[in-house]
Design a protein around this ligand. Sequence first.
Ligand SMILES: [Zn+2]
Length: 314
Amino acid sequence: MRYGIDIGHNCPPDTGARGIKFEDNLTLDVGNRVIAKLRALGHQVVECKPDKATTVADSLRQRCDRANRAKVDVFVSIHFNAFNRKANGTEIFAGSTRGHQIAKPVLDEIVKLGFFNRGLKNGSHLFVISNTNMPAILVECCFIDSQKDMSIFEAEAMANAIVIGLTGKAAPEEKINVIPDEKNNPDNSVLRLKRALNRLQIKPANGRTLSEDNVYDAQTKSAVERFQEIVGIQKTGVAGNTTWGAINEILAKRIIRRNHAGGVVVRYLQFRLNLDIDGIFGPQTENAVKAFQRSKGLFADGIVGPATWQKLIG
Ligand SMILES: [Zn+2]
């Protein structure tokens, strides 16, 4: 089978909803996993999300064009809902009878994860459903502004449910190539600490790079204090859980943009961009990100995504 997988939004000015979590981040996380799993099962996948767009309409048009040009068998658009913080659950839109047949097992699998079943719905009002030539479904996985949904949502489980629903089988574990994420890296060794601080360009008092070994010396303590100061946590000079949490959160290279939740990652970013550190990704930070992106030859969209993180911390 050839699947057209459309990771919703993630293409400014086509950006998703904001709630407890951000739609763009979740669609990207789930979508990348779905793509990897389908490929591991031997299916062809055409990635439909464009890299850039001039308008939201342009973004949507490009998604359909990619699917239509590649003549995919099934088009699957991945989104998350947001409404009034009370609404919750999963719904899937389709435009044809065949589309509804494809959507049904996907919905059943997602509902098994504990989400309320909002049902299959007619999605002919949706641009990507009405402008694709093949059976198309749009999955609203759950609500990003619902505490209930966000407390049970896991990207891996959601991706598995979608893949099982589409194909009738789970991807073999060993073939799944999920993008590694540092957020849950359990290695708290001094060696990894010193390597991380060097990678983050945190200098100790002597201004030098730390020696990459397992010795927690005075310079290590000094660099840890500097890091703690930058990210706004208690300056102890000791790398405890809070410090490691902050390090891993930065190394996880989450997509961040203007008005994204603030905190340690934004503070670190402001440190790197020589800005006043307030932990809020406002217009000033966005302009500095754009300037940084231009200086590195990147598309200056003001969003810190994988390419910008690569230039910042490798
Ligand atoms: Zn959406």
